[in-house]
Ligand binder design. Structure first.
Ligand code: NAG
Ligand code: NAG
Ligand code: NAG
Length: 305
């Protein structure tokens, strides 16, 4: 039986995110002055004199910006405004950037967010990790029809309402790691949180990261709306104790289940894997009593002590 289990501590080196993406700004704003005075009146930043007109990639990191400058080039496709002081984000600020595909605003102070018409229709990647979002705004229609990746890691989100992501019909990767989901009196992830428009499933989502959250379990009530899920990350979840029930019944494409460093996870009912014929990688903290009963022919199971 144990011959099935490869003891490979080296799996610790596997990165869930894959190789880091190359970001090569065409140029970088280096001008000092009002940008960094800290007392600037937000959008009033002097873009004059900067070679902005044709720029498609711009990095405005760590410039004490309270708002996105209004004078950014219309051709912009990628904007990194991480490590600033932005407090809110909505369509009016982005309406003049119709070509935007990738917006990175990690480590700001965004507490208010509004989806809706006016967001750049071609936006594919939105990274709002490490902001101050305590709740997500309701989704109206398909506000961001092209959005593939949404990162909300490190926000103080405690709960997700039904249909929270229904305005992103093309969403493939959703990163909710290190949020406060499961902490506090609210339900964490409510049933139908991942339901799409009209209650249909969120049919494109492949990767879900819930690592570092406080959820005690995976519920079929929400995971059933992710029929294309291939990778589920449940790392470093202090309150995750068991995986059981028919949780994977509706996710037959699951290939990777990563539960590394979730110390309380002692009960993994092996029948849950009858529903995951394509599972290739299973990462667990340690061999638990119930796991020793595993009899399914996995291709790779990594356990580490
Ligand atoms: C989710 O975001 C965290 C923080 O940025 C990162 O470390 C992790 O690799 C991301 N997960 C995925 C699956 O990309
Ligand atoms: C910035 O604020 C100052 C003082 O309030 C004002 O005089 C100036 O016109 C503002 N700049 C712009 C471009 O709005
Ligand atoms: C931001 O800039 C300040 C001053 O230049 C520097 O001390 C700080 O380390 C920078 N922070 C980041 C996150 O780059």
């Amino acid at each position: 039986m144990w011959a099935l289990l490869l003891l490979l501590p080296t799996v610790l080196c596997l990165s869930p995110a894959g190789p880091p993406q190359e970001r090569t700004p065409l140029f970088r704003l280096t001008q000092q002055g009002p940008w960094e005075s800290g007392a600037s009146n937000g959008t009033a930043s002097p873009c004059e004199g900067l070679p902005l007109a044709g720029a498609t990639t711009l990095t405005l990191v760590n410039r004490s910006l309270e708002r996105l400058p209004g004078c950014l080039p219309r051709a912009l496709r990628r904007l990194d405004g991480s490590h600033n002081l932005l407090g809110a984000l909505s369509a009016p600020e982005l309406g003049h950037l119709p070509q935007l595909e990738e917006l990175t605003l990690r480590h700001n102070r965004i507490a208010a967010l509004r989806w809706g018409p006016g967001w750049p229709a071609g936006l594919r990647t939105l990274d709002l990790s490490y902001n101050r979002l305590a709740a997500l705004p309701p989704c109206g229609g398909p506000a961001l029809p092209s959005l593939r990746a949404l990162a909300l890691a490190g926000n103080p989100l405690q709960a997700l309402q039904p249909g929270a992501f229904s305005c992103f019909p093309a969403l493939r990767l959703l990163n909710l790691s290190c949020t406060a989901l499961g902490r506090g009196p609210q339900a964490g992830i409510t049933d139908a949180a991942f339901a799409g428009a009209g209650g249909a499933p969120l049919a494109a989502l492949e990767v879900l990261d819930l690592s570092g959250t406080f959820l005690p379990r995976v519920h079929s009530g929400w995971i059933r709306d992710l029929p294309k899920l291939t990778s589920l990350y449940l790392r470093k979840m202090p309150q995750l104790t068991s995986l059981e029930g028919d949780i994977f019944k509706m996710t037959p494409d699951l290939q990777q289940l990563d539960c590394q460093d979730s110390p309380a996870l002692t009960s993994v009912h092996t029948h849950i894997f009858q529903d995951t014929p394509h599972l290739q990688v299973l990462l667990l903290q340690k061999p638990s009593a119930s796991l020793s009963k595993i009899s399914c022919p996995f291709r790779r199971i990594f356990l580490y002590a």
